[in-house]
Design a protein around this ligand. Structure first.
Ligand code: ADP
Ligand code: MG
Length: 608
């Protein structure tokens, strides 16, 4: 029966087939990876499910080719697919790898084809090299077999067919310009490059001409294992090279770039397990999506259990890729058991500590740490409010923009401060923050202030408490630093009352400021924070703007002049301009831009 591909699949296929793409060879990695997944699934069932116990199962992947017919075949004896699974898995985007890719598409062909290299895009990548693909599959313990046939142009056909044993066979009819893949050496080198550590044997079948003693030639059929087929994480560290680790990372993550770092750890004692974690050098595309894919695979005694458990590591470490292989868990662990399993909780907590110390290691190399922090710094901050146990470690890992520099650690802050507080200011825009009038006194007094403009800052910072005895302090909540003298207060009383009348309903209070140096005035939005408001606005929520406190600088020339100004109309205009520009400096916008500009025009008219 004929079926149409889902629209998005067509888009993807079109891209595969028509866009120039330099890294076609990864199709083999994708097909072998699917075969290996299918073997993992059946392997697990034969060990955990009585129905499958008697199945004869020697997991392997077989690759064969025909140079004359220009074909390539990849076959596995894994779980297999029935008719509805063929439709669902190879005709819709229900499946993950591909879906993520499609979500990341920009519409720009050049950029999009680069994306293919960055993400594993799975089965459909076969159409980069194929005119036609035939998938023949029989699901384990089921009777019927089906074939799925397509040229990748809008439609595919499914027919019942005959297949002796369970598993999946994929026949690739190579395009003319992809003949190179029907070649023993090419296949072997690709498997070495991408799939050497697939845990099941990959067997290459080929015919070889041999010359006999009597000089006559005969064709000999050979089956040769071409990968190591060993779980890399079980190999002792000292037998593994950096290249081994990097290659395994690429097999595991489908990411072509080199990992930034890795931690390979074997634990023995009351609990036995092996972990191998990678810190990537760039963030996966779905890092900030709710439906991100977990990057950690759980194995029990080398048997793959799941790659879909987001609880294996804390959420803020979701960029980590790797493997946990436990000797103690039962093979038939269910999801529910996994959730509250003590063994896993133990592994999780120990792994978290390991990963954090590795990040600390990276932080000793400034350049490397900048790469890390650019990609994952936000997540470290996320950890600050979710991982109380490791808060101190995480605080040490944070880096900040400050009034004295970039990429400043709290340790450095502490070393050059003579204060009991760590001062910070939160806003939506770094440039606005740098120029905030609220900083003036601090700068004058040589006190360093952290400038925070990450979305997470407004959630995280207020809950931090302290760092090595220093208290975190939001300078916009900090009261005036010194008291205002009685004389000044008396002197300004009348003027301030006047301002209160002018700004009635718009301000909570008008005060003499001691925090200002060069600016005439500023606004302080108590209890609100610009980041939070912006977030709420993005979520479509209405926010009631709280009236700010308006502070004026009694030593500033403008204020001194205004105090003696007799023209009330003019005073009103100027006060509104000062008030609005102070708001502008705080938020980057004002609600009543129209009035603001009219008042400015009026003043300009007077002075020209
Ligand atoms: P992904 O591997 O990321 O899920 P793919 O496009 O590579 O995406 O594969 C889509 C789905 O098709 C797989 O999730 C799997 O269910 C199914 N599939 C592909 N190849 C095989 C195979 N050799 N045996 C069994 N199922 C397969
Ligand atoms: Mg796949």
């Amino acid at each position: 029966m004929k079926h149409s591909f889902q629209t998005e699949i067509n888009q993807l296929l079109d891209l595969m087939i028509h866009s120039l793409y330099s890294n076609k060879e990864i199709f083999l990695r994708e097909l072998v990876s699917n075969a290996s997944d299918a073997l993992d699934k059946l392997n697990y069932l034969t060990l955990s499910d009585d129905k499958f116990k008697n199945l004869e199962f020697n997991p392997k992947i077989n690759i064969s080719f025909n140079e004359d017919k220009n074909t390539l075949t990849i076959e596995d004896n894994g779980i297999g697919m029935n008719e509805s699974e063929l439709i669902e898995n190879l005709g819709t985007i229900a499946k993950s790898g591909t879906k993520g890719f499609l979500n990341a598409l920009s519409g720009d062909k050049k950029k999009d084809s680069a994306l293919i290299g960055q993400f594993g895009v799975g089965f459909y990548s076969s159409f980069m090299v194929a005119d036609k693909v035939v998938v023949t599959s029989k699901k384990a313990l089921e009777d019927k077999a089906y074939s799925w046939i397509s040229d990748g142009k809008g439609e595919y056909e499914i027919q019942e067919c005959v297949k002796d044993s369970f598993g999946t066979k994929i026949d690739i009819y190579l395009k003319d310009d992809a003949k190179e893949y029907a070649n023993r050496w090419r296949i072997e080198s690709l498997i070495k490059k991408y799939s050497d550590h697939i845990a099941f044997p990959i067997i290459l079948s080929y015919d070889e001409k041999q010359t006999k003693e009597d000089k006559s030639e005969e064709i000999v059929h050979k089956d040769e294992q071409i990968n190591k087929a060993k779980a890399l994480w079980k190999i002792p560290k000292n037998e593994l090279s950096d290249d081994d680790y990097s290659e395994f990372y690429q097999t595991l993550s489908h990411d072509n770039s080199k990992p930034l770092s890795w931690i390979h750890n074997k634990v023995e004692g009351s609990l036995e397990y092996t972990t191998l974690f990678y810190i990537p050098s760039r963030a996966p595309f779905d890092l900030f999506r709710v439906d991100y894919q977990s990057g950690v695979k759980l194995y029990v005694k080398r048997v793959f259990i799941t790659d879909d458990d987001k609880e294996l590591l804390p959420q803020y470490l979701r960029f980590v890729r790797g493997i946990i292989d436990s000797e103690d868990l039962p093979l038939n662990v269910s999801r529910e058991i996994l959730q509250q399993n003590k063994i896993l909780a133990n592994i999780k907590s120990a792994s978290t500590k390991k990963i954090l110390s590795e990040i600390e290691n990276i932080s000793k190399d400034d350049e490397k740490y900048k790469t890390f922090y650019r990609e994952f710094g936000k997540l470290i901050k996320e950890g600050l409010y979710s991982d109380y146990e490791n808060k101190d470690k995480l605080l040490h890992l944070c880096r900040f923009n400050t009034t004295k520099g970039e990429f400043v650690s709290l340790k450095t802050y502490k070393e050059r401060s003579s204060n009991d507080n760590i001062y910070y200011i939160i806003g939506s825009d770094l440039e606005l923050l740098k120029n905030s009038p609220l900083l003036e006194k601090y700068i004058k007094d040589d006190i360093e202030v952290l400038l925070l403009n990450d979305e997470v800052d407004s959630f995280v910072m207020p809950s931090l408490g302290e760092f090595e005895g220093l208290k975190f302090k939001d300078i916009s909540l900090d009261e005036n630093k010194d008291d205002v003298s009685k004389e000044l207060l008396d002197d300004y009383k009348e003027f301030i009352d006047k301002l209160k009348t002018i700004l009635d309903g718009k301000v909570k209070e008008v005060k003499l400021s001691t925090r200002l140096d060069k600016s005439p005035s500023c606004v302080i939005s108590e209890g609100s924070n610009p980041m939070m408001e912006q977030l709420m606005r993005q979520m479509g929520q209405e926010i009631k703007e709280e009236s700010p406190v308006f502070e004026i600088n009694p030593h500033h020339e403008i204020i001194l002049k205004l105090k003696d100004l007799k023209d009330d109309e003019k005073l009103k205009d100027i006060i509104f301009i000062l008030f609005d520009s102070a708001k502008l400096l705080e938020k980057g916008t004002i609600s009543d831009a129209n009035n603001f500009s009219q008042r400015i025009n009026k003043l300009v008219m007077m002075s020209v």
